[in-house]
Design a binder for this molecule. Structure first.
Ligand code: CA
Length: 123
């Protein structure tokens, strides 16, 4: 197809340029749309990571969760919150001291809260 739009001297014909611009515009619109659609879904989740810097095993939660039931008790080392404020509790069933996590906050290392979180919910 591209050969048909190329002159004998190898330069693109006048038809080729508008088509390329149209394609670029379509890609830009598609990219904008996918970002717009993705944001509301992500806004409801928080992801816990086994290791620092958002690495190792991970668990993404959309609702209040007791981590002992999910095999993720006392192992979280970093957190990426993709949504509303949440509280991470030292004990099961949302008890004990808690760590407040701001909306959209990324915590690459939990410091004194490393390997402590046992339950988490919006607060
Ligand atoms: Ca704990």
């Amino acid at each position: 197809m591209r050969h048909m739009l190329t002159r004998s001297d190898g330069t693109p014909s006048r038809l080729a340029r508008p088509r390329r611009i149209l394609l670029a515009t379509a890609l830009a619109v598609a990219s904008t749309l996918s970002m717009t659609i993705a944001s509301p879904a992500q806004a409801q989740t928080i992801t816990l990571y086994e290791n620092a810097g958002a690495s190792g095993r991970q668990l993404t939660l959309a609702m209040s969760s007791d981590l002992s039931r999910l095999g993720f008790d006392n192992i979280t080392s970093s957190i990426r919150n993709s949504g509303a404020r949440r509280c991470a509790y030292d004990l099961t069933n949302y008890r004990g001291p808690y760590l407040a996590i701001a909306p959209w906050q990324y915590l690459p290392w939990l410091g004194s809260w490393n390997d402590r979180i046992s339950s988490i919910r919006r607060c």
